[in-house]
Design a protein. Structure first.
Length: 571
């Protein structure tokens, strides 16, 4: 060892330690050799073997290399920029990214000669790295504290309840796809599984994973309203994103463009939940939204959807006709897909050939031929419809009528012996007919093909455990739309309170519908070029309740509140 040591040239720090009398030359050379053989940094070797005090060593190194000496104990480790660098690199180089200023990244190091750490950090972040010298022992403690702080909020969610997520055969390939995040981090796995579990239990429809400059927010949409459910350290943004992308079989190395994927979670041997996943690059990372696709929602049965008895009878009678068109209208999130899937399930028998064109198919229905449209390869709604018509269909469902070509083919199918279901984005049933006319569909085709239009909304259902009756003056009830007869009969109106078994006084949702069959009188109005107002007046004469009237019936039945009806219908 001695011979080897004498042949080793002392480093700048070792020479300084010798010149300051902290080490003699032989000990310094021996320490350099031993550090190299044990693959440790020179500073780490001296401290770990208690050859020098870490504080004295840091002071000497700062003077020798002109690097600022930084008191890391004075810094809140929650603010450390650990989101910029992989945990394994931080531990490998014993260097901690502290904070970012513009295009500069300041890194805590105990050895100023550790240029490899600075170079790797610069390569991974694209930022210019600047070292700050820190006491070796204090740095080691700070690294553990910073990484623990990144994970401790996640550990609070407990062990994963959904351990058998179906990752598919290409999980291994995705892990080696070049991302800069540690996707196997156990706290992140527990955090995500906990979020998914809670969302499913709460009956959420969507989960939003949102990175911001100083926090990471998770929100869930429950009964149509977004609620903040969890927060996580912003340092975890990259690892959460990578984990979700692996589960969805997306490219974890691609962060510049949106991506679409799917994943499946098994709740039991017989039940699974699908998620439609979309990523979108934002200023501070990728926002990821998961749409929860529960197959059981498409099999609720028509009685669970909230139709009034007369509305249900009209819908059932129309869907069983051999031909015609049923249109379901309403804004995004109003339950149109569930209504159509419910009808398809009722019609799904061995003697019917049912085909659907969707963008995308949200829920897989056994016994029904479902097609995902893909305009990029020429598979549009209209081309899918043409193919269906050559395959001997009985029932056709078109996800949405977006253009004249799709409308004309759908109407042709309805006129030639097929039952056609589709959706449009209009405010109410009468406006749907004028929308088709504005698209360019001839009036006689509209009048002869369209059999039924259903406009719908989803209102939050009042919690039966905590709702209380609301005392409102008669003039207020009149202004809201109740008739004098209802007021004289003592209509009861309830409002939400909130309890442990609900969310802000609501639990679940109930459908509000306008079910408008196309009568001969309406057909004549359409043929004469009538507008939506004339059609609405005719519908009222025929006793067809509009959306507001249907909503007020739900209020009078104690199912929802006036405030909620005003939110989903009037606004």
């Amino acid at each position: 060892m001695a011979n080897t040591a004498t042949s080793i040239r002392l480093s700048g720090l070792a020479r300084r330690l010798v010149s300051d009398g902290l080490l003699n030359e032989d000990n310094a050379q021996a320490a350099q050799v031993a550090a190299k053989e044990s693959k440790q940094a020179f500073v780490s070797y001296l401290v770990n073997n208690k050859i020098l005090a870490s504080g004295d060593l840091a002071a000497v190194a700062a003077q020798e290399f002109g690097v600022p000496l930084f008191d890391i104990n004075a810094m809140d480790m929650e603010l450390a920029a650990t989101d910029l660098i992989q945990e394994k690199l931080i531990r490998q180089h014993n260097a901690l990214p502290l904070y970012k200023r513009g295009k500069r990244l300041y890194v805590a190091v105990s050895d100023p000669t550790n240029l490899q750490a600075l170079d790797e950090f610069q390569f991974n972040t694209g930022l210019n790295t600047y070292p700050l010298l820190v006491d070796e022992l204090h740095l080691t403690t700070a690294i553990e504290k910073a990484l623990d702080k990144s994970n401790e909020q996640l550990d609070d969610f407990g062990d994963a309840e959904l351990d058998d997520i179906d990752l598919g055969p290409d999980e291994t390939e995705q892990k080696d796809d070049g991302g800069d995040t540690n996707i196997d981090d156990t706290p992140v796995v527990r955090f995500i599984n906990g979020i998914l579990t809670s969302a499913i239990k709460a009956g959420a429809s969507d989960i939003h994973f949102e990175p911001y400059e100083k926090k990471y927010r998770v929100r869930t949409r429950i009964d149509g309203i977004l609620h903040e459910s969890k927060t996580a350290p912003v340092a975890l943004a990259g690892r959460i994103s990578a984990r979700l992308k692996v589960l969805s079989r997306l490219n974890i190395a691609e962060r510049r463009v949106p991506q679409d994927g799917r994943m499946r979670m098994k709740l039991s041997k017989t039940k699974a939940i699908d998620f439609r996943v979309n990523t979108c690059p934002t200023l501070f990372g990728e926002k990821i939204v998961l749409r929860i696709l529960d197959p059981s929602s498409a099999q609720l049965g028509i009685d669970a959807l909230g139709y009034e008895e007369d509305q249900k009878k009209i819908f059932m009678d129309t869907m069983h006709k051999p031909y015609g068109m049923v249109l379901v209208t309403g804004p995004t999130g109003s339950g149109k897909t569930v209504s159509l899937y419910t009808a398809l399930n009722i019609l799904n028998t061995d003697d019917r050939n049912i085909s659907t064109a969707e963008d995308p198919a949200e829920i897989s229905l056994a016994g029904i031929n479902q097609v995902n449209v893909n305009p990029g390869v020429g598979l549009t709604f209209s081309s899918a419809l043409r193919a269906f018509l050559r395959q001997d269909p009985d029932v056709i469902m078109v996800g949405e009528i977006r253009d004249l070509e799709t409308a004309e083919i759908s109407i042709k199918a309805a006129q030639t012996g097929h039952m056609v279901f589709s959706t449009l984005h209009t405010n109410d049933a009468p406006q749907t007919l004028t929308r088709l006319a504005n698209m360019g569909v001839p009036a006689f085709n509209i009048a002869s093909a369209v059999s039924l239009i259903i406009a719908q909304r989803l209102a939050r259902r009042l919690c039966n455990n905590c709702k209380i009756e609301e005392d409102l003056p008669a003039d207020v009830l009149l202004d809201e739309g109740f008739s004098q007869e209802q007021i004289d009969e003592g209509v009861s109106v309830y409002k939400p309170v909130g309890c442990d078994s609900c969310t802000e006084g609501y639990k679940g949702r109930v459908g509000v519908y306008q079910v408008m069959p196309i009568s001969d009188a309406m057909g004549r109005i359409i043929m004469d070029g009538g507008n939506a107002i004339q059609l609405a007046d005719q519908a009222a004469e025929e006793g067809i309740a509009d959306l507001l009237t249907s909503g007020l019936k739900k209020v009078a039945a104690g199912l929802t509140s006036l405030e909620e009806v005003n939110r989903v219908i009037k606004e």
